[in-house]
Design a protein around this ligand. Sequence first.
Ligand code: UDP
Ligand code: MG
Length: 154
Amino acid sequence: MERTLVLLKPDALQRDLVGEIISRLERKGLKIVGLKMMQLSEELLNEHYSHLVGRPFFPEVKSFMQQTPVIALCLEGTECVDTVRLLCGITKAREAAPGTIRGEFAMSVQANLIHCSDSLETAKAEVPRFFQPEELFSYDDILERYIYNTSERE
Ligand code: UDP
Ligand code: MG
């Protein structure tokens, strides 16, 4: 099964939306295989947001992401990278679709509550960037056979 990286950004912590967001991801049927709080370093942010280096807003994004610790999650599920992107909504939160996390709870392009990997290839780079192997867990999810049919669980 795919794994994807989620970060709950400083605005999620400040606005007391951590539980709400994790609850939505959990209730969808996604499996939490890693979860921790961390303060992001300059170095990690340069790597994580390397596609934004040189953009005028990049320094502001970095300082925003360092305002408080973030919550990092690794989620597992069938084709979960795309699923989590859909649940998050588009970057510009005030135009994100109703029902999405950004669409329901945010107004800003920058303070849009959540990061999630944008492709399977990105997820494969991002998960090990934020989690050591021993911080990721494999365990039986007793509800899995109700969440997926047999062929979807392979
Ligand atoms: N961002 C911003 N201004 C922009 C574009 C992006 O402040 O014009 C911030 C915003 O927090 C966004 C993050 O940089 O979530 C990463 O940008 P990306 O284009 O990867 O968007 P995402 O994948 O988070 O939707
Ligand atoms: Mg992105």
